[in-house]
Ligand binder design. Structure first.
Ligand code: SF4
Ligand code: SF4
Length: 319
């Protein structure tokens, strides 16, 4: 194939190079079960305008914008000056569980899709690394609203629960965006769509205990959403009933009730087990740096080291 002779960054990058690279990337990602779409880099400003517009008309509260959305990097011209296109990727994911041994016995607690991401990120990065080495292409992680980008690139559609679904994985997917220093000719940018399955269905609205989902509002009321509440520090509001908590972090109630997800739900696997003394350390909120290195390694293994400060509160709510 023509691409095989292109191995240096300094070589002229014509249209065939771009076409071939994208085809090769898609082929490599498909080989491990992943999918990808591309959009022009300039779309990042439309994304930003869309999110600011939602905030300005009150669909996103200023608090939620500042806490959860304010960390996005829309200024890619400065952070990644060579970036020419955005690559939006999806990989299959599922709800797994972690065992905590307590005085009341062994508690298997759910860790929803998207929180245990080491394998997916590792695979995507290693594929991109190969392209960096072989073709001198530069990829960089882009801190952007991956869900909205997936919907805007046609990689996914929205459900009424404000979660994005792909044909291949339902909502059990891990989304991530990278920049690439090649101006790919295909721009998949389009209107975000609602799944047709949602037209006559309201199951997720009924399943949501906090009424974070309602009609006709399409975006969810994030400040009522258990996911938002347990992804950030602070005491849970008094109106949140104990029995509504259902996962170590995040919430699975609306996605598990969704008929579109039925073929994609499995029982998950045990990704880690903390014995009684390890569980007690975590529950007591012992500082991360004072944990034994074996416990730190286990937390790293289940992608929970960065959210460690939330675990004591979140797990206590589940016991
Ligand atoms: S439960 Fe029904 S309405 Fe909600 S996202 Fe799934 S298909 Fe759509
Ligand atoms: S994640 Fe939970 S709280 Fe949030 S909308 Fe879905 S069911 Fe409601």
């Amino acid at each position: 194939m023509r691409i095989e002779i292109i191995g240096q960054k300094s070589m002229d990058r014509g249209m065939d190079f771009e076409k071939n690279i994208k085809a090769q990337l898609i082929k490599s990602l498909n080989a491990v079960g992943y999918e990808m779409r591309s959009v022009f880099i300039a779309r990042v400003h439309e994304l930003e305008a869309e999110i600011i517009g939602q905030r300005n008309i009150g669909l996103i509260s200023s608090d939620f914008y500042n806490t959860a959305l304010g960390g996005f990097d829309f200024n890619l011209e400065s952070s990644h000056p060579n970036a020419k296109s955005l690559l939006i990727n999806t990989a299959p994911d599922c709800t797994d569980y972690i065992e905590f041994h307590t005085d009341q016995g062994i508690k298997p607690l759910k860790l929803p899709a998207t929180y245990h991401t080491k394998n997916q990120i590792g695979k995507i990065r290693s594929i991109f690394k190969e392209f960096e080495l072989n073709y001198g292409i530069e990829f960089n992680y882009a801190s952007l609203p991956h869900k909205l980008l997936a919907a805007r690139s046609g990689l996914a559609k929205y459900g009424r629960n404000n979660v994005t679904y792909s044909d291949a994985f339902g909502s059990f997917q891990y989304l991530i965006t990278f920049t690439i220093d090649i101006a790919l000719e295909e721009d998949c940018w389009q209107e975000a769509k609602l799944m047709t399955a949602c037209e006559n269905c309201r199951k997720c609205i009924k399943a949501c205990p906090t009424k974070a989902l309602s009609e006709p509002r399409f975006t969810l009321d994030a400040e009522k959403c258990i996911t938002y509440l347990n992804e950030y520090p602070g005491e849970f509001p008094k109106w949140v009933a104990k029995e509504w908590h259902n996962a170590i972090i995040g919430c699975t109630l609306c996605t598990e009730s969704c008929p579109v997800n039925k073929p994609h739900i499995n029982s998950g696997t045990r990704i880690e087990s903390f014995d009684i003394s390890e569980s007690q350390l975590i529950l007591s909120g012992s500082p991360f740096e004072q944990l034994p290195s074996s416990v730190q390694a286990k937390l790293n293994n289940c992608s929970l080291a960065s959210s460690y400060q939330l675990l004591s509160r979140n797990i206590r709510a589940l016991l």
